[in-house]
Design a protein around this ligand. Structure first.
Ligand code: XMP
Length: 512
């Protein structure tokens, strides 16, 4: 390994990839491996430090996840977080107990040892995020408590000489405002990292890995023009060039000029093998007469896979399939029994009929903004890298009611005006998703003394962190006025524009 690396040993906590991300943000390379990783492999990794994640188990449970205790003898600095802290305490000879009251949420943290390498830059009284049932009641020999809360005497402990540190709280989450100072000091002062890693190194490593895995074999990628599949495709292309073939299924439900842009970028700029399948009519035929949103999604998803499979068969045998899976997809599709509000077809549906050996998911461990950084690093143009999220079924779920080509034309034009004005007002980075909806309502208007009976366009714009909840964006009135004016003047068959002022919940971001 050429660069310094931190090992995040995963005990099943919900924040394990977030810890990895925080390490990367500090420009230190990091790998996440399961807690059961053999000690030889850990030794071989020559890690500069190890972070134990939290986890849902109780260390006293018989089947509690435990790593090889020899890890404490390697002389590598360790930081245990939450379950990781409790595990350190018990394995090293201390004790953990279950108090009457569990500690959950934002809690005041008092630093006991201000000159601890972990807390030197942290305020004496700060806030931390706690989420635990068990807590350390007896320190292992050689350890001292370095921070406490009102109900937890050992919120942090350390054995500085052995470079072993433990915190009961979660320094990686935003609710621990000084958490990054602690992590940073662990990485730099305790582990001696220098912070010289960057996304270019990620790209280099990922490209190398793909070269090794794929060799001279054939890879196929379904390119949607979205950020994730685009970045994944360009990365794989850098590794194996023309052995990658991309299939872009144009379902005719893209925004104005989008299909052409995708083709231009990937064929001309990157010189990729790109097959564009013009399947617009096929999708329209299948969607004819369909008004129910979930049925639309299902049809679009299934048809997409069918078209893709047919095209793939034409190419002949392939060995690998690329997926632009990113870390939030991995969590979201893993949660199982949440109620289905909308079925998102980018999760799950894989073509089954093409034989392939394995799936390549080079972005599986990255968060969205990290994927964008990789995209920029690979030379993908800004408008594509910063593209707002666009649902797989595209405009199909933004034409309310039956989808026809005429309606799609109206919607595309109105949407293009909306996007243009938002960009001109410099609001495109502040509003996280914005688009036009063809509401399916016709209403009466008057234009040049003539009665009209035309479409109503709704504008939807939201600000959000995670797209699970969202606020409607407070677009300045004068910008809304310009947008409305231009749409009714420039887009045929539209005589009314309304602005959607509902948050999510109770509404959703899309109308269907
Ligand atoms: P909702 O409408 O559920 O949307 O508030 C949340 C986010 O998901 C996107 N979305 C979809 N993405 N396939 C997708 O790939 C879909 O069927 C789909 N439906 C909604 C939506 O645009 C928003 O970003």
């Amino acid at each position: 390994m050429q660069h310094q690396a931190i090992l995040v040993l995963d005990f099943g906590g919900q924040y394990n990839q977030l810890i990895a991300r925080r390490v990367r943000e500090n420009k230190v390379y990091c790998e996440v491996l399961p807690y059961s990783t053999p000690i030889e492999k850990i030794r071989e990794g020559q890690y500069s430090g190890i972070i134990f994640t939290g986890g849902p188990s109780s260390v006293s449970a018989i089947d509690a996840p435990r790593c090889d205790p020899a890890v404490f003898e390697l002389g590598i600095p360790i930081l245990g977080i939450c379950y990781g802290a409790q595990l350190m305490a018990t394995v090293l000879g201390g004790a953990v107990d279950r108090p009457e009251k569990r500690e959950y949420g934002k809690v005041s943290l008092d630093i006991i040892k201000q000159d601890s390498l972990l807390f030197r830059r942290v305020d004496a009284h700060t806030t931390c995020w706690m989420s635990h049932t068990d807590q350390i009641i007896q320190l292992p020999s050689g350890f001292s408590a370095t921070a406490k809360t009102s109900s937890c005497q050992t919120a942090a402990m350390e054995h500085a000489a052995k470079k072993q540190y433990a915190v009961q709280f979660h320094p990686e989450v935003q609710h621990t405002p000084q958490g990054n100072l602690m992590l940073r000091d662990f990485l730099f002062d305790v582990c001696g990292c220098t912070g010289d890693w960057h996304m270019a190194a990620f790209v280099q490593d990922a490209v190398e890995k793909v070269k090794q895995q794929v060799g001279n074999r054939k890879v196929l990628c379904a390119l949607s023009g979205g950020v994730d599949s685009s970045v994944a495709a360009v990365l794989i292309h850098r590794a194996i060039g023309k052995n990658l073939t991309c299939i872009f299924v144009d379902h005719g439900l893209m925004r104005k000029d989008e299909g052409d842009m995708v083709v231009k970028i990937f064929r001309e700029q990157f010189d990729m093998n790109l097959i564009r399948v013009n399947a617009q009519q096929r999708f329209l035929d299948k969607l004819s007469g369909i008004i129910e949103p979930e049925q639309k999604r299902k049809i679009i998803g299934e048809e997409f896979i069918r078209v893709f499979e047919e095209e793939a068969k034409r190419i002949g045998s392939v060995d690998f399939l690329v997926q632009g899976t990113i870390y939030p997809d991995v969590i979201e599709s893993g949660t199982g029994d949440a109620a289905v509000i909308k079925s998102h077809h980018n999760v799950g549906g894989l073509p089954e009929d093409i034989g392939f050996e394995a799936i390549l998911e080079p972005l599986r461990e990255l968060f969205k903004d990290e994927v964008r950084m990789v995209g920029l690093e690979l030379g993908i143009p800004g408008p594509l890298v910063w593209r707002q999220p666009f649902p797989g079924p595209g405009l199909g779920i933004r034409v309310i009611g039956e989808i026809t080509e005429e309606k799609l034309v109206v919607l595309r034009e109105a949407d293009a005006v909306f996007r243009d004005e938002i960009a001109k007002a410099n609001l495109d980075q502040d509003i996280h998703q914005y688009f036009a909806v063809l509401t399916g309502i016709r209403s009466v208007g008057v234009m040049g003394d003539e009665r009209t009976y035309d479409h109503t366009i709704a504008l939807r714009a939201v600000t959000t962190n995670d797209f699970m909840t969202a606020d409607w964006a407070q677009i300045p009135f004068e910008v809304l006025a310009r947008i409305s004016n231009r749409i009714v003047n420039e887009v045929r068959e539209v005589n009314r524009v309304v602005y959607d002022i509902t948050s999510k919940p109770p509404a959703t971001i899309e109308w269907e």
